[in-house]
Design a protein around this ligand. Structure first.
Ligand code: ZN
Ligand code: FE
Length: 256
């Protein structure tokens, strides 16, 4: 099998548009549909026709272009079963443990409630790709709009069980602010400090920080490191549960 080809670009103000192209079968999936113009332009730039939209959750900045793209390309829209009524043009509702074919590849659905109640992520295990949208960001995680912190912690824990070599594509370029926050939670983490400097430079030069790698996130993302003794000491939370430490870090980020 040839490698999947990817095209990453900005939509709206800080949403990522991502196209995933399967060269053997000439299939192209848009990961969410934040904005029609940039998605169509990216597809035309590569000479690809969009055949699928893989929707992660119902927020407007992820589904706004669903109907326009469906009208233009006749593409199939796959999305979260627990938010089915809120996904425009949904054809195929999927939930935790479901899988479907994208050409010759299998795509596994992982439900990650937290940011929204029915948020799903798409895992292409053979290609070592995860599309995590607003659940897991580089050095961050999504805000808790519809579920409590303990649910989000459980969701992130599921994602962290994927192989370290998994490339993680996420929904927003929030990495600079996430990095500045992360060093306040985990100040003694040398790998994090080095990464934060790389991110400062990348953003200064206008470079995106997508994708990240799961192994790197496990070493540097404070939301995945709530059991780390140094972080717990820094937060004066040494006797607390993982869920409590996670909730405290999330609360601090909301006020950062
Ligand atoms: Zn969202
Ligand atoms: Fe979003």
């Amino acid at each position: 099998m040839q490698n999947l080809e990817m095209e990453v670009f900005l939509c709206r103000s800080d949403n990522f548009g991502v196209l995933v192209h399967c060269p053997e079968r000439n299939l192209t999936a848009s990961i969410d549909a934040p904005e029609a113009g940039p998605i169509i332009a990216a597809a035309e730039r590569r000479g690809w026709k969009i055949t699928h939209i893989l929707t992660t959750h119902h927020h407007t900045d992820h589904v706004e272009a669903n109907l326009e793209l469906k009208e233009r390309y006749g593409c199939e829209i796959i999305g979260p079963v627990h938010e089915a009524v809120a996904i425009p043009g949904l054809d195929n509702a999927v939930g935790d443990g479901d899988s479907f074919d994208f050409g010759d590849r299998r795509v596994d659905v992982i439900e990650t409630p937290g940011h929204t109640a029915g948020h799903i992520c798409y895992h292409f295990a053979d290609s070592k790709l995860l599309f995590a949208a607003d659940t897991l960001f580089a050095l961050g995680c999504g805000r808790l709009f519809e579920r409590p912190a303990a649910d989000m912690w459980h969701s992130l824990h599921k994602l962290a069980a994927l192989p370290d070599e998994t490339a993680v594509y996420f929904g927003h370029e929030y990495t600079l602010s996430n990095a500045r926050f992360a060093v306040t939670i985990d100040p003694d983490n040398a790998r994090l400090r080095a990464r934060a400097e790389e991110i400062e430079a990348a953003r200064r030069e206008g470079r995106f920080t997508i994708p990240t790698m799961m192994g790197l996130e496990k070493e540097t993302n404070p939301f995945l490191r709530v059991s780390d003794p140094g972080i717990r000491r820094n937060l004066l939370m040494e006797g607390k549960t993982d869920e409590e430490v996670f909730a405290e870090i999330r609360r601090r980020k909301d006020n950062f």
